[in-house]
Design a protein around this ligand. Sequence first.
Ligand code: NAD
Length: 247
Amino acid sequence: MEDFNGQVAIVTGAASGIGLAIAHKLLAKGARVILFDLNSAGLHAEFDSYGERAVPVAIDVSDRALVEQTVKDMAGRFVKIDILVNCAGITGQTNIVSHEVDSADLHKVFEINFISSFYTSRAVLPHMIDKGYGRILHIASIAGKEGNAGMLAYSASKAAVICMAKVQGKEYAERGITVNALAPAVIRTPLVDNMPEQQVKYMTDKIPMKRCGTLEEAANLAAYIVSPYNSFSTGFTFDLSGGRATY
Ligand code: NAD
């Protein structure tokens, strides 16, 4: 349905999982996509076949100065940035109760899941304001709505992401820019494969459809959210939870 011909997108965490699926979807629908990830080899293996429409950038999104400079360079090269999708994320320690949480781990999870999404959105927003158009999507999590036991750092960082979408949605609502979040339950990706099975079972048992979501389902919904069709929803957290969250 959506057509992204002529549009320029940045997708973070594009070398794996949900970011990878979203980047492929946007490229398949005609966008030029700038791909941010720590994993340079993974980006090249996945995206070199698209030629100049795909630009792999090896970058740590928690490096504020580097994010600002890279976005500036890319906006200069492509003249505009229409879309930002923040997918880079980590779980940190899981299956661990709050009084045992390591505060360094909690800081790191916030740095990558929340603060980095702030850095990238802060860097793209002036370019979107200039053009009077933009679509920002922060990938949050059902954990940020409900709070998963054993996942304090992750859940709280995703709650912060959801709140950032609410704040930014309101702040730019009159400038042609929508800012939304997406809250998946469990999608089978390396992020989930690396979690203790007990923690994954805790999360999947709560899904009324009794299955994980697919990458295709995540990419389809994300593509709609960042398309021009999504023009009257902002500050909203879209659900992707097989019925777990009905709000
Ligand atoms: P993933 O581990 O498959 O991919 C994450 C990617 O982010 C990796 O390629 C990794 O290299 C990159 N990354 C991590 N830290 C980075 C950094 N500092 N700078 C640049 N790149 C970095 O994970 P995924 O399952 O695809 O998750 C993507 C997003 O979706 C995450 O924000 C995650 O929290 C969220 N999410 C996932 C699920 C799920 O079930 N998979 C559910 C809810 C939310």
